[in-house]
Design a protein around this ligand. Structure first.
Ligand code: ATP
Ligand code: MG
Length: 593
């Protein structure tokens, strides 16, 4: 491909509204252009990368036994009414009417359509299991579209749906998809973690998010590794179990009440009493399915609503408003576990939930349930007596905590969710009366799984993880081109040689972006660095007289430049490209569990 013909309009200035690197670089290097909020045109460079990501996904899913199809993007409202999501989905669902006044949506996801298809076409257990996928444009009217194509309103997703006779078979497919995803992201050349994720309102089931590790990621994750550095467990911080601490402190002084005028926050109380924040109990008041709950943890930690909700088996958890707390006889800012107000006609009793990190400690400070007063020298077991069923893992995990699964110490990282595997059970098949005839001749709802990958987001995440001050540093398997071939002049000799090299490389299946523009070498190097193809081959100028060309990886410095005799150039470049591609394939094989 000739650079002079390529539509890749580069920008000198960094666009003001682009806050993350991938968005900035994709605009600057001419990969995307915005049409409307969260809606982008993918220019040829981006399209090449997306095609590569999509093809890796296709190869691995086909290999894992899934079948590709394409469903309509426009879906009738009736299906969404059947599943119940017409009401539940909210404003992210783009709804419209056709000329006859019928309601439609633009698909944000396709559980309804696929369930209806399989309901109509698959009748017997003999036709199961089935895993069907598509790669298609989705629309979600995100509240805050941002970060360019990372959280767009229109984006490309691979969505797969599997159908099974029972839970066991669906779990088998879940594991199969988990392995396929591991291979897909390894083959894309990405560093990632599969993390346990919350199953949200579906509840009680299995879900893993595949997170590309990048400091700019929206998600906080923790993980443990074995001696070889291989991850042994990873989870979203909201979900990651924190092991119970084993304290056994002996109280030294009796518990008493002290004045703490206007000292409400942990920091204020700690500073006023001269104790570390970790010794002050943090009390957070929640409304849990309409009842007040006081959740407590040490002052240097945070109560996690996801865990609280799970532990209490609750439907709805929200913070209690100050007025509501006062109506329940509580004193916001000074609440504590020792003398909670008893139930009265006007309100139920306040339930206590204590994080297990508090167990066994003495010398604690907590609110005294009176304005401007705190208890000090509170000791576990003497003053603070908590029933076993009120004690649980309630805080958000952080680096340095011990993992509740394997007792190893957590490390923290930030991630970008690029994929999601989900055990759905019979949520959709039951709601939509989608059944098959089992071996027992009875009708059963299909047991389902769903599996998504953001194709466009994966490309953006790759940039977040792989860039420097000069631009993108694509992992070779998803770079738009393997090689940037830079002609250092446009004289006949240079251009002839460059063309010859281009032809020879392309003959070996290597994709070349041939920078044939009449520009200074400095400009060409800059633009090609910005675009980020993994190998640079520079031809012409002084080196031509010496009979050599210059070869450098995008990830290498100027000092690492190789001077290669012209007749070895094709061989050296091909070996570099193939080496990079082979590394990613090897990573996929190694990662396969
Ligand atoms: P998020 O929590 O980021 O909103 P989600 O849980 O809504 O993601 P899923 O419904 O599981 O996402 O969608 C599957 C995949 O589609 C995600 O893993 C992600 O890679 C991609 N995706 C979801 N929303 C967007 C978006 N607005 N822009 C680009 N990709 C997206
Ligand atoms: Mg979302």
């Amino acid at each position: 491909m000739r650079y002079s013909k390529l539509l890749a309009p580069t920008l000198k200035e960094t666009p003001a509204d682009a806050v993350v690197v991938s968005h900035r670089l994709m605009l600057r290097a001419g990969y995307v252009r915005k049409l409307s909020a969260g809606i982008y045109t993918y220019l040829p460079l981006a399209q090449r990368t997306f095609t590569k990501v999509a093809n890796i996904i296709r190869e691995e899913l086909n290999r894992a036994g899934a079948q590709e199809l394409t469903m309509p993007a426009v879906q009738p409202a009736e299906l969404w009414q059947e599943s119940g999501r017409w009401e539940q989905y909210g404003a992210e669902l783009l709804r419209f009417k056709d000329r006859k006044g019928n309601d439609f949506v633009i698909g944000p996801t396709h559980e309804e359509v696929i369930t209806a298809l399989v309901r109509d076409e698959v009748k017997s257990y003999k036709q199961l299991p089935l895993n069907l996928y598509q790669i298609q444009t989705k629309f979600r009217d995100e509240v805050r579209p941002r970060f360019g194509i990372m959280r767009g309103r229109e984006f490309v997703m691979k969505d797969a749906y599997s159908f099974h006779v029972d839970d066991a078979d669906a779990h088998k497919e879940y594991d199969n998809m988990f392995r396929a995803y591991t291979r897909i992201f390894s083959r894309c050349g990405l560093r990632f973690r599969a993390v346990e994720a919350d199953t949200g309102s579906i509840g009680g089931n299995r879900s893993h998010e595949f997170q590309v590790l990048a400091d700019s990621g929206e998600d906080a994750i923790v993980f443990t590794v074995d001696a070889a550095g291989k991850p042994t467990y990873a989870a979203n911080v909201e979900l990651a179990p924190v092991a119970a601490a084993e304290h056994n402190e002996k109280p030294e002084l009796p518990c008493s009440v002290v004045d703490t005028p206007k000292k409400k926050t942990i920091e204020e109380v700690a500073a006023f009493l001269g104790v570390p924040p970790a010794r002050v109990l943090k009390g957070v008041l929640f409304d849990v399915d309409g009842k007040p709950v006081l959740a407590m943890c040490l002052g240097d930690r945070d109560i996690n609503e996801v865990k609280l909700k799970k532990v209490l088996g609750a439907k709805d958890v929200r913070l209690l408003l100050d007025e509501e707390a006062k109506a329940a006889g509580l004193k916001p800012g000074f609440v504590g576990p020792l003398n909670l107000p008893a139930a009265q006609a006007s309100h139920p009793s306040v339930m206590l939930a204590v994080d297990h990190g508090v167990k066994g400690l003495a010398g604690l400070v907590c609110g005294a349930n009176a304005w401007d007063k705190h208890h000090v020298q509170v000791a576990w077991g003497r003053d603070l007596i908590v029933a076993d069923d009120c004690l649980a893992d309630l805080t958000t995990a952080k680096a340095g905590d011990r993992c509740g699964k394997n007792s190893d110490v957590y490390q923290a990282a930030r991630g970008i969710e690029v994929g999601h595997v989900f055990f759905l059970g019979t949520k959709y098949s039951t709601a939509m009366k989608a059944t098959f005839q089992g071996e027992d001749k009875a009708e059963h709802p299909y047991v389902m799984g769903c599996y998504g990958i953001g194709v466009t987001r994966t490309a953006a995440a790759a940039i977040e993880q792989n860039h420097d001050d000069d631009g993108i540093r694509w992992p070779a398997p998803i770079a738009p081109f393997h090689v940037s071939l830079v002609a250092l002049g446009v004289d006949k000799e240079t251009m002839d040689l460059a063309e010859k090299l281009e032809g020879a490389l392309e003959g070996l299946g290597i994709e070349v972006l041939f920078d044939d523009r009449d520009e200074r070498p400095g400009v060409k190097f800059k633009d090609n660095d910005l675009i980020g193809n993994p190998v640079r081959l520079a031809v012409g100028g002084k080196s031509l007289k010496e009979g050599v060309v210059e070869v450098k990886l995008r990830s290498e410095t100027k000092e690492q430049l190789r001077k290669v005799p012209i007749n070895e150039a094709v061989h050296v470049v091909a070996a570099l490209v193939n080496g990079l591609l082979a590394d990613a394939r090897k990573a996929a094989d190694d990662a396969a569990v």
